[in-house]
Design a protein around this ligand. Structure first.
Ligand code: PEP
Ligand code: MN
Length: 339
């Protein structure tokens, strides 16, 4: 169920509704919006009678939600969620660029790439310290040492750190060193990890699973939100199809499809979405043109020597060029300023 408060409802009235929900043994999720606050209810709302709420002061409407998701939907929050990470945002007017290597390999490598990322005007630096690799013998990441290098990058360049956690233990570490917690495609349905991310103070960048339908992806976001973390960024990174000319098929239709249902921001990863260096720039352009709130781009100072995903990593020059192009595209399609 969903309680829509009146536009002029007071803080006190909202708090009273929250208390009533809690006393019923259910969990309230108040989400303030531009026009009004709505309160999602999770727990066991199936049997709850709407009349419990309709007459409470400040309540405009109590609505039964028949969809499988309750918190990700536009019914709860009709305007887009803007996620604030320090002085940077994802989902706002600014196109969010998250650039960096697939994996942190050394301090020298991370600093060389971060310098270019900072120079491009991007606000976010990516880099894995825990790598979910197909082979157990492939480079698995530097672990905590990699996170320490990322923390140094933040200090030196003022970039926000986006980095993956692969299990609950690594979430603890990412919380210590990072700014945005990435959940990888392979873990999109690791439900205990999603719940742990839902109890994290960090925003979560949730990658779409390798073969996830839209509903499954949104329900994964719902897992995180149901634990009280409403700062979820969806990331389209391609899905498995019969195509052999790409590593994955980047599903750009997912952007308008998500928009129609959810208030959450969506970023596009054309690096994993194609797997090929020469395809990254065209698909990055297309992603921004299709309405993405940002891009996550793998870039390396020596792609031919990269310990992971070298084939899809851009050179520093290619990356620079891409950022200039996608900014120009974003300017064209961004809504005109009001006034
Ligand atoms: C990554 O971002 O380096 C990564 C492993 O991505 P994905 O989970 O989308 O494969
Ligand atoms: Mn990668």
């Amino acid at each position: 169920m969903l309680i829509v408060m009146k536009a002029d409802a007071t803080e006190r009235e909202i708090a009273d509704v929250v208390r009533v929900i809690t006393e019923m043994g259910l969990r309230p999720h108040p989400l303030p919006g531009a026009q009004r606050t709505a309160i999602g209810i999770t727990g066991n709302p199936g049997s709850v009678d709407t009349s419990h709420f309709e007459n409470l002061p400040g309540v405009a409407e109590a609505i039964r939600v028949s969809k499988p998701y309750k918190l990700v939907t536009l019914d709860l929050k009709p305007e887009k969620t803007v996620i604030k990470i320090g002085d940077a945002t994802i989902g706002g007017d600014e196109l969010a660029i998250i650039g960096g290597p697939c994996a942190i390999e050394s301090r020298e490598q991370a600093f060389a790439v971060a310098e270019a990322v900072r120079r491009s005007g991007a606000r976010f630096f990516r880099g894995g310290a825990f790598k979910p690799r197909t082979s157990p013998y492939a480079f698995q990441g530097l672990g905590e040492e990699g996170l320490k290098i990322l923390a140094e990058v933040r200090e030196a360049f003022g970039l926000k750190i986006v980095t993956e956690a692969v299990d609950e233990e690594s979430v603890d570490l990412v919380e210590r060193y990072g700014d945005v917690l990435q959940i990888g495609a392979r873990n999109m349905q690791n439900f205990s990890l999603l719940r742990r991310a839902g109890r994290s103070p960090l925003p979560v960048l949730l990658k779409r699973g390798l073969s996830a339908m839209l509903d499954e992806w949104l329900l994964a976001a719902e897992y995180i939100m149901s634990e009280g973390n409403y700062n979820v960024i969806l990331c389209e990174r391609g899905v498995r199809t019969f195509a052999q000319h790409t590593r994955n098929t980047l599903d750009l239709a997912a952007i308008p499809a998500v928009r129609r249902i959810s208030h959450l921001p969506v970023v596009v990863d054309p690096s994993h979405g194609t797997g090929k260096n020469y395809m990254v720039t065209p698909l990055a352009r297309a992603g921004v043109a299709a309405g993405a709130d940002g891009l996550i781009i793998e870039v390396h100072n020596q792609p031919e020597r990269a310990l992971s995903d070298g084939a899809q990593s851009l050179t520093l020059e290619q990356y620079d060029h891409l950022v200039a192009e996608v900014r120009a595209i974003h300017e064209v399609i961004a809504p005109a300023p009001v006034g």
